[in-house]
Design a binder for this molecule. Structure first.
Ligand code: G6P
Length: 614
């Protein structure tokens, strides 16, 4: 979703801003722009529809001097992707330039009032309304920029992360946030701004995470000042960043997605490290230990998430019900927040989110906390909003994920949920010791088994060529592999734009089987587990209708090899860990089909990595 970069200091701002925009490209966007106070004190805005490269081409012969500036990548919400709707937006007098992530919900009313007062608008955005409102307030109150921003933010309803600069005021950037992340990087005599840490990390590891309704005043050669919109001064809390620069580079891979798929043996080791003891006999998650009574006495677990994280949540449902004997409901955060859900104070709500910034998940958390439930976050981005708004949690520790289609974050989420289920089940004494030990032992073998599947990359690439021109795909699985069928279909849709549906295999005969003919590829996960025979029967039903089966099977399964059109063999494991292995061929198959179709794998059309608007 939209990205923000800002700089004030002693260096030329433009190269830093453009590099920062490139670091944010992974989030998905449709236009880009910068505003600079040039060396001659002019305020210039340069912006264009398209990629950061288009902005650079456009700016080539323009004045890009100046040591203060703000920059933005836009993901259209109000108004189509166009030059006019791109940020930054000028105010009427062109004395102010503003960038904004989020949505101003009451923009239409404010716009109408400003039009009555003689303001004219050049875009269809809610952002232009905000910058005009700030200018209007500044004019009628004859106040400074900070006060005008503070007064304006008291009038707006909605979500924002903003940064604003003013002509003739080359020493200040004013920035503010509500429900949309904003980070300040603190250098020596310079400040950086970012909607996440990626544009900041190569300059400093000291950061301030702005909280909701806080406004930051970043002044040249002065300490940062933070004041809330209700005028309470806050002491800035400086934290250390955990991200490093190498995580932001492709390291020889053609795409971030492939790099991230191949990183999984390592990311899962890091996810388990310090949590499983050296003897391999115990799982400890401090977030659970510190609140173990809550988990032991939980009436129910509600899992809330969006997208791929929701699929991880479905696997969590199988794990918590099987091992902890706690009833589980898995909800899309966007539905949960608006459907007047019943939430008990002895419910545990688990919010799963890679970015920790998903707007719907944050709103669902707020609802759960108001109802008195205990909220546990499973997030990847350290210091993001969800970990800061939950009672406890576990990080997935898989490093920065850049590919829009989530891969390593998903397997790390599933690993954390598995460790949670084991830790809770042990406390509740709902798991037999032998089973507990067996799963922990097997978990530690998972990275090596994933490596074995990654070694099949060339075979999967070859297989992908056969199916590149398919119009539709069906993905089937049952039990723990059912969520992987959904996730496999989502991966393919996201990056190849091929229509794909995931189903529980036995559900086929209730409708979807009508779609089967000799042109329909059906990816079926049929590993050796308790419902293996049933899945084999479901596959025979597909085969009888001439569907083309691509089977994900346990190594050495001669039965399925004999009738499947194609197969990928994966190592055997305990049933509850199947998803950690079966998800890997799904990721590789989607990746190669998308590459064959020449798709923009890391930045698929219309998608955003971090969805900070509802
Ligand atoms: C977007 C991303 C998906 C992600 C979903 C949830 O749609 O493109 O990859 O699964 O958001 O994001 P979260 O950060 O909450 O896991």
């Amino acid at each position: 979703m939209c990205g923000i970069v800002g700089y004030i200091g002693f260096r030329e701002a433009y190269p830093i801003l453009v590099k920062g925009l490139r670091r944010l490209e992974y989030r998905g966007y449709d236009s880009a722009g910068v505003a600079l106070i040039n060396h001659d004190n002019k305020l210039s805005v340069l912006k264009t529809k398209g990629r950061v490269q288009d902005l650079e081409n456009y700016a080539k012969d323009k004045d890009t001097t100046g040591t203060i500036g703000i920059a933005h990548t836009r993901w259209a919400t109000h108004g189509e992707p166009s030059n006019a709707n791109a940020h930054p937006h000028y105010s009427q007098s062109e004395n102010l330039a503003l960038i904004h992530n989020g949505i101003i919900e009451n923009y239409a009313v404010i716009k109408a009032e400003l039009i009555d007062k003689g303001y004219t608008f050049h875009s269809s955005t809610d952002t232009e309304v905000l910058v005009q409102l700030i200018e209007y307030i500044k004019k009628i109150n004859n106040c400074d920029l900070f006060t005008a921003v503070q007064l304006a933010l008291n009038q707006v309803v909605g979500a924002y992360a903003i940064a604003i600069i003013e002509k003739g005021n080359p020493d200040n950037i004013i920035a503010a946030r509500k429900s949309s992340p904003l980070i300040i990087g603190i250098g020596e005599g310079e400040y950086f701004l970012g909607s996440d840490a990626s544009p900041i990390v190569e300059y400093t590891n000291k950061v301030i995470y702005l909280d909701d309704e806080e406004i930051a005043i970043l002044s040249r050669n002065k300490d940062p000042k933070i004041v809330t919109i209700s005028n309470i001064e806050k002491t800035p809390e400086i934290k250390e960043l955990e991200m490093n620069l190498s995580q932001l580079e492709r390291g020889g891979y053609p795409h971030f997605m492939l790099k991230e798929i191949f990183e999984q043996p390592e990311t899962l080791r890091s996810c388990m490290s310090g949590r499983i003891n050296v003897e391999g006999t115990n799982v400890t998650l401090s977030g659970i230990i510190d609140h173990k009574d809550k988990f032991i006495n939980a009436r129910r677990i509600l899992i809330i998430a969006c997208g791929t994280s929701w699929h991880a949540g479905l696997i969590g449902e199988y794990l918590f019900e099987e091992f902890c004997r706690i009833p589980v409901e898995v909800e899309y955060a966007s539905e949960f927040r608006y459907r007047h859900p019943v939430i008990y104070s002895d419910d545990i709500v688990i919010a799963i989110s890679q970015s920790g910034e998903t707007a719907d998940s944050l709103a669902a958390i707020e609802l759960a906390r108001k109802a008195g439930a205990f909220v546990y976050g499973v997030c990847n981005v350290v210091g993001s909003s969800i970990p800061r708004n939950t009672d406890s949690g576990s990080y997935t520790h898989c490093g920065h994920e850049i590919g829009v289609a989530s891969t390593k974050a998903f397997t790390a989420q599933v690993t954390v949920l598995t460790m949670m289920a084991l830790a809770i089940a042990k406390e509740k004494q709902t798991i037999e010791e032998a089973k507990y030990l067996e799963i922990i032992k097997e978990l530690q073998h998972i990275p090596d088994k994933i490596q074995k599947i990654l070694d099949l990359n060339d075979k999967i690439k070859e297989l992908s060529l056969i199916f590149t021109y398919a119009q539709n795909f069906i993905y089937l699985g049952r039990g723990y592999n059912y969520p992987i069928a959904l996730e496999g279909a989502l991966k393919l849709k996201e990056i190849s734009y091929i229509h794909a549906e995931g189903y529980p295999a036995a559900e086929m005969k209730h409708g979807p089987i009508a779609l089967i003919d000799n042109e329909m590829p059906v990816v079926t996960i049929a590993t050796h587990n308790t419902i293996y025979e049933k899945v084999v029967s479901n596959m025979k039903e597909i085969k009888a209708r001439k569907g083309r089966i691509i089977a994900i099977i346990t190594e050495g399964d001669e039965t399925i090899k004999a009738f499947a059109d194609h197969y990928i063999e994966i190592p055997s494991t305990v049933e509850c860990l199947d998803p950690l292995l079966s998800s890997i061929p799904m990721q590789l198959l989607a990746y190669h089909i998308a590459v064959n179709k020449n798709r923009d794998v890391d930045m698929p059309r219309n998608l955003a990595k971090s969805v900070t608007v509802e």
